[in-house]
Design a protein around this ligand. Structure first.
Ligand SMILES: [Zn+2]
Length: 271
C-alpha cells in the first residue's frame, strides 16, 4: 500500500543525507551507543535526521550548534525509541529550547498542611505538559557517555510519561506488559531509596538520590541509568531494569556485557 508517511520519510532522508564521516564523528562522542548493530545504527541515523526535520530547535544567545552537535543531540533523543516502532512517541510538542547554561525557573510544592511553596530553582532541564522541552546545552554536552547521566533522555522520559496525562512515573505501557508488575517494581525501589535517605540524608545510595523526589523523577532518572549505566541499575534494582527493558524493548545491559566479553577493559577505556 502507498503510504504518505513512508514517502515523506524517504523524501526527507534523500534531501538531507548524512555524510558517513560526520556520523562517525557523532558516534565517537556517544559511547552510550557502543555495541548497537549496523541496522540499529542506520535506524538511529535516519531517525535523527527526521527528528531534526520535524522538531524546532530554538537556540538562545550563547548556543551555536554545528551539524555534528545537532546530530549528537538528536541521536540521544532517538535512542529510547530505537525499538518502539512507528508510533509518534514525541507527539504534543514541537519545540526544544537550548539554554547556554543552567536556568532559573519557578518551582511549586504543596506541603502536607496544604501550604503552597514557590521558589526559584536552578535547573538544567524541564519538560512541560503540551509545551516545549528546555535543556541547558552544557548538560547535553555532558551526556552521551556511560556515566549514569543523560539530560536528553531524562527530559524526554518525562515527555513519554506525559503521553497519558500528568508525569507520574507511569508512561503508556505496551499491551504485553502488566501494570501490577510495573507498579510493584517501581514502588518497591522508590520506597527503598526513600528509606535509605530518610535514615541518612547523606546516604551513599545505589542510584542518584534525585530519583527519590517523586515517581516521575524516579522514571526519568532510572531511564538515564538504563541507557547509560545499565549494569549499575540492574545491580541496584533488577526488577526496575527488567520493566524498563520491557517498556523500551531493548537491552543496553546485554549490549554492554557483549562489549565487555569482547573487550575486557571496555569500561576502563572510556575517556
Ligand atoms: Zn526531571
Amino acid at each position: 500500500m502507498w503510504s504518505f508517511s513512508a514517502w515523506r520519510r524517504r523524501r526527507t532522508l534523500a534531501r538531507y543525507p548524512i555524510d558517513a564521516a560526520l556520523w562517525h564523528t557523532v558516534r565517537e562522542h556517544l559511547p552510550m551507543l557502543d555495541g548497537i548493530t549496523p541496522e540499529e545504527d542506520r535506524w538511529l541515523r535516519e531517525a535523527s535526521v527526521l527528528f531534526l526535520h520535524d522538531k524546532h530547535l530554538t537556540l538562545l544567545p550563547g548556543v551555536e550548534l554545528d551539524d555534528a552537535q545537532r546530530l549528537f543531540f538528536a541521536a540521544q533523543a532517538q535512542l529510547p525509541l530505537l525499538h518502539l516502532g512507528d508510533h509518534d512517541w514525541y507527539q504534543g510538542f514541537h519545540e526544544l529550547i537550548l539554554y547556554p547554561d543552567d536556568f532559573q525557573s519557578p518551582q511549586r510544592h504543596r506541603d502536607g498542611s496544604g501550604v503552597e511553596h514557590v521558589w526559584n530553582g536552578e535547573h538544567s532541564g524541564e519538560a512541560w505538559q503540551q509545551g516545549p522541552v528546555i535543556l541547558a546545552w552544557p548538560g547535553v554536552l555532558a551526556s552521551g557517555g556511560r556515566e549514569a547521566y543523560n539530560l536528553v533522555i531524562h527530559e524526554l522520559a518525562h515527555k513519554l510519561d506525559m503521553l497519558n496525562g500528568d508525569a507520574n512515573g507511569l508512561p503508556p505501557l505496551h499491551r504485553d506488559m502488566v501494570l501490577g508488575d510495573w507498579a510493584g517494581a517501581m514502588q518497591a525501589a522508590f520506597d527503598d531509596l526513600n528509606r535509605q535517605l530518610d535514615a541518612d540524608p547523606d546516604a551513599e545510595t545505589p542510584i542518584d538520590p534525585y530519583a527519590a523526589e517523586n515517581p516521575a523523577e524516579f522514571f526519568a532518572v532510572t531511564s538515564e541509568y538504563f541507557f547509560s549505566a545499565p549494569d549499575v541499575l540492574d545491580q541496584a534494582y533488577p526488577e526496575v531494569y527488567q520493566q524498563l527493558s520491557l517498556f523500551y524493548r531493548q537491552s543496553p545491559l546485554m549490549r554492554l556485557q557483549r562489549l565487555q566479553a569482547e573487550h575486557p577493559a571496555y569500561r576502563i577505556e572510556q575517556p
